[in-house]
Design a binder for this molecule. Structure first.
Ligand code: UGA
Length: 429
């Protein structure tokens, strides 16, 4: 089927390339000409494992094109997916202006009416707003939220737990069912558009809640002397709880959870519903990084040098949006501490973000960041750091203290190498 995707950000690009690899003819559209030029040269503007290789195959089979010309792309397209940004407005609500202007533009220039599908995370009632613009011109509207994770995006798209299809009539249902025909039918959850829209926010809110829950339990382990790793494993074995997303850490970040939990509370307050649980999650996550930075600084000399391992908001991405690592770094810099920072993929983005910051230097090789430091702070769970060579570290610095915000190691193993090891949930005397 001929499909157009508007927006070549994470969601749009991964969806476009995956749809093309499933055999659809995909036209990816973006207003940003330089991004389109990059993509036309076979380069991917983001770091996502496997995506570049997948794109090369789709280009070879001529299943995908990139351009700024929406009108030509829409010619013959049966469906157009809107995957543009829904940034956070000042009051925490999702700013729908890019979504609605894309929908309006489609209805004004499309040579033929088609199905307009929102893939971006949009508040309940967005499909109804688009319908108000589009349905009298013969366009159909549906919601098909995306659940992919950065760093794992291809697998999440190609082997999804479920595909949520929000449709309000049979024609829309038939088009989306055809688009997803290669997936097992039982993976398709068909709902109305409102339910699909809210499902996305509910899923992200639940996951964020699970993380804040385990973070608070880790804090309790720290005070009581219980073992957070064993506890998380033990509760996770209960299939009603599940083992995933029970890793304590520096708080959740990224472009989705922090934004989406604010947006759902904004949606709720518009409907006079009080989401007190989710409000508590927001509060719990908000102070976590400042608290961690305070604790670290309290145990260091005023101008100590910290080797910061990890800048991305999590491993396997170059994304630094709402990165706990960067937030902690900024807190530490404000306290006058010096940072030698490293990350396998996110240095360029972090440098841009911190371009006016003093006392921070960036090192592509993490052993160079460690050299001469007073403390090793692990903030992102990259595989490279999990393979840290402790004997090599000893030759590079006299520092014998590791603060691990991702609980990567067995405590005894690190201590046997002669290091003091501090991790999330460790009991303090
Ligand atoms: C998240 C969701 O997991 C996706 O399903 C969703 O599609 C996406 O948002 C979105 O709305 O677009 P993502 O932000 O890429 O995906 O990253 P996650 O892997 O969910 O991690 C989010 C944050 O939670 C990170 O800061 C991560 O370090 C933290 N986290 C995750 C923990 O602290 N502990 C965990 O056990 C898991």
């Amino acid at each position: 089927m001929k499909i157009t995707i508007i927006g070549t950000g994470y969601v749009g690009l991964v969806s476009g390339i995956c749809f093309a690899s499933l055999g659809h003819d995909v036209a990816c559209i973006d207003k940003d000409e330089s991004k389109i030029n990059t993509l036309n040269q076979g380069e991917i503007p983001i770091y996502e494992p496997g995506l570049k290789e997948m794109l090369a195959k789709c280009v070879e089979t001529q299943k995908i094109t990139f351009s700024t010309d929406l009108k030509s792309a829409l010619n013959g397209s049966k469906a157009v997916f809107i995957a543009v940004g829904t940034p956070q407005d000042q009051d925490g609500s999702a700013d729908l202006s890019y979504v609605l202007s894309a929908a309006k533009e489609i209805t004004e220039i499309a040579p033929n009416p088609c199905l307009i599908v929102t893939k971006s995370t949009v508040p309940v009632g967005t499909a109804a707003k688009i319908k108000a613009i589009a349905s009298e011109k013969g366009f159909l509207v549906a919601s098909n939220p995306e659940f992919l994770r950065e760093g794992n995006a291809i697998q999440d798209f190609m082997e999804p737990d479920r595909i949520v299809i929000g449709v309000d009539n049979e024609e829309s249902d038939a088009i989306l069912s055809e688009i997803y025909a290669k997936f097992p039918a039982q993976k398709l959850v068909k709902t109305d558009t409102k339910t699909a829209e809210l499902t996305k926010y509910a899923a992200n809110s639940f996951l964020a809640t699970k993380i804040s829950f385990i973070n608070e339990i880790a804090d309790l382990c720290q005070e009581t002397g219980a073992d957070i790793k064993k506890l998380a494993h033990a509760i996770g074995l209960d299939s009603r709880i599940g083992e995933k997303f029970l890793n304590p850490g520096p708080g959740f970040g990224g472009s989705c959870f922090p934004k989406d939990i604010l947006a759902i509370t904004s949606i709720a307050s518009d409907h006079n519903v009080n989401l007190s649980l989710i409000n508590s999650v927001i509060a719990s996550n908000k102070t976590r990084q400042a608290d961690i930075a305070n604790k670290i600084a309290a145990n260091l000399a005023p101008n100590a040098i910290i080797a910061l391992l990890g800048l991305a908001f999590k491993a396997n991405t170059d994304d630094i949006r709402y990165s706990p690592a960067l937030n902690i770094a900024q807190n530490l810099l404000q306290k006058g501490l010096k940072i030698k920072a490293t990350d396998p993929q996110a240095i360029k983005n972090a440098q841009n973000h911190l371009k006016n910051a003093q006392n921070i230097e960036f090192y592509p090789d993490f052993y160079d960041a460690i050299a001469g430091s007073d403390l090793i702070l692990i903030a992102t769970e990259w595989q490279d750091y999990q393979n840290l060579d402790f004997n090599k570290v000893k030759t590079l610095t006299d520092a014998r203290k590791i603060v691990d915000l991702r609980n990567l190691f067995d405590a005894k193993f690190v201590e046997n190498h002669g290091f003091e090891y501090d991790f999330i949930g460790k009991k303090h005397d």
